[in-house]
Ligand binder design. Sequence first.
Ligand SMILES: CC(=O)N[C@H]1[C@@H](OP(=O)(O)OP(=O)(O)OC[C@H]2O[C@@H](n3ccc(=O)[nH]c3=O)[C@H](O)[C@@H]2O)O[C@H](CO)[C@@H](O)[C@@H]1O[C@H](C)C(=O)N[C@@H](C)C(=O)N[C@H](CCC(=O)N[C@@H](CCC[C@@H](N)C(=O)O)C(=O)O)C(=O)O
Ligand SMILES: Nc1ncnc2c1ncn2[C@@H]1O[C@H](COP(=O)(O)OP(=O)(O)OP(=O)(O)O)[C@@H](O)[C@H]1O
Ligand SMILES: C[C@@H](N)C(=O)N[C@H](C)C(=O)O
Length: 471
Amino acid sequence: MERTLGQVADMCGGRLLDSAFAGRKVVGVSIDSRKIGEGCLFVPLGGSKADGHSYVAGSLQEGAAGSLWQRGREGAPGGALIEVDDVLEALQKLASAYLLASGAKVVGITGSNGKTTTKDMVFALLATSMRVHKTQGNFNNHLGLPLTLLAMPEETDVVVLEMGMSDLGEIALLAKIAPPDLAIVTNIGESHLLNLGSRENIARAKLEIASGTKPGGLLVYNGDEPLLPLVLKELEGTLPEGLRTFTFGLGEDNDDYPTGMMQRGGGMTFTARSEGDICFSLPILGSHNVTNALAAMAAARAFGVDAPAMKEGLAGMQLTGMRIERLTGVSGLTLLNDAYNSSPTSARAAIDVLAGLEGYASKVLVLGDMLELGENEREFHREIGRYAGRAGLDAVYAFGPLSADSAEGAREILGMQAVHAFTDKAEMIGHLLANLKPEDAVLVKASRGMKLEEVVYALRDEPLTGEAGGA
Ligand SMILES: CC(=O)N[C@H]1[C@@H](OP(=O)(O)OP(=O)(O)OC[C@H]2O[C@@H](n3ccc(=O)[nH]c3=O)[C@H](O)[C@@H]2O)O[C@H](CO)[C@@H](O)[C@@H]1O[C@H](C)C(=O)N[C@@H](C)C(=O)N[C@H](CCC(=O)N[C@@H](CCC[C@@H](N)C(=O)O)C(=O)O)C(=O)O
Ligand SMILES: Nc1ncnc2c1ncn2[C@@H]1O[C@H](COP(=O)(O)OP(=O)(O)OP(=O)(O)O)[C@@H](O)[C@H]1O
Ligand SMILES: C[C@@H](N)C(=O)N[C@H](C)C(=O)O
């Protein structure tokens, strides 16, 4: 974003305290004085350990073009300050005004699982013919989305935005900041049940994106999920004028569905009802990623991308790591790193991928706690343990207090020998290294808060220590 401080003040609804700075050039926005670049606007936010206002003077001395300042707060330094009623709201207004001025079209993506993966897919498909900007990492909330917009080049054709939530009203805010021309709802799982209380409320929260979509826009949603048409019916009469819909999923009653699919090497190949006999390939495993791809293809088609370009875009897409990311250890072990996040729906999808692999001596699951599931969390864990037990895996390692219930569930099916429960990460890693073989495949799956990527990296980087490990 390039504007003058005077323009920024107008865009964010603030007041430039000294008009002498009105013509000063701003070349970006930063919320961290430790990383701020020359000519950036500093945005001081409150956090768990500090308040950004403490760093305003320093950031100005370090070359920031100016800074926002919360009206009524004491201790304002002199210089290029824009006084605002609320710093976060001013940041959101600035982002929204910048988006509007850029004229970029908006693809908004929400859903319990698959936002990041589908975002990467939509980006890859549109980038074959357009100037596209996308959410970096998982910047998908009331702060991350505005920052994504303010990092967008002015000449962007389409911006692909992840819209995350953990409570009602959050998607509505994001869709207000960046009203989608096209919205995708990937699925309704169990993520953030803790706040939402029911899957029906998760569906209501996600479909706030439909209400925020521009008139005449397109809603692409997972037609396999019965809660979505149910909530859409609740919303009848309140949805944007001329909103169109397109369903995708595995069921043949969807507008688009796979007409064939298989695991091939480290990815998937598939054909789709929408594209006849054309065979597409994905560099990522899982039937759930085929349905993600169908959603992304629906978006790309709406922007005029043809089948050959879709084929090329999907085959060559760049993936955000830790989503069924396939790695090979120094020992030769095959690892599936799915440790970015977890919930019952995504854990089942990951277990299906592991169960579907062929040619491995043993298939081993490392399962960490699934967080933010609310009052039924223990039963969710027992059930995922049973699911793992029924999947025909050779061993299940459970890590964390809630995963003790997963171990119980798995033992109902697999018995005691094949199921190991741990609360100490190092101890579990030691047991794994002593019992795995180079010809094994290991899936690591847990919520973000469990940080089980530490297990993945240990199994990737350390030699196996058992007799079978060839050590
Ligand atoms: C405000 C802020 O910057 N928060 C980040 C900061 O948090 P922390 O509390 O540690 O900040 P401090 O107290 O240290 O500092 C306060 C501010 O002062 C600045 N500052 C500090 C020191 C200094 O010398 N100079 C300074 O300028 C400092 O920059 C602060 O601004 O750091 C944390 C660790 O890095 C960050 O995690 C924290 O970021 C918050 C959480 C955030 O929301 N970041 C967004 C950019 C974002 O999108 N993060 C995503 C995760 C989003 C997410 O969880 N999404 C959910 C769905 C939505 C749920 C929603 N209800 C929600 O609450 O988010 C999902 O399930 O996907 C990401 O990081 O991946
Ligand atoms: N359609 C899907 N159905 C079930 N699981 C999925 C689906 N798409 C992705 N996953 C799994 O969900 C996890 C998160 O994937 P991804 O990061 O793409 O989703 P996300 O919605 O951005 O997640 P989060 O909300 O945790 O940031 C990964 O384990 C991934 O394999
Ligand atoms: C960061 C937060 N939105 C999230 O993803 N929570 C999961 C369940 C976790 O913290 O592990």
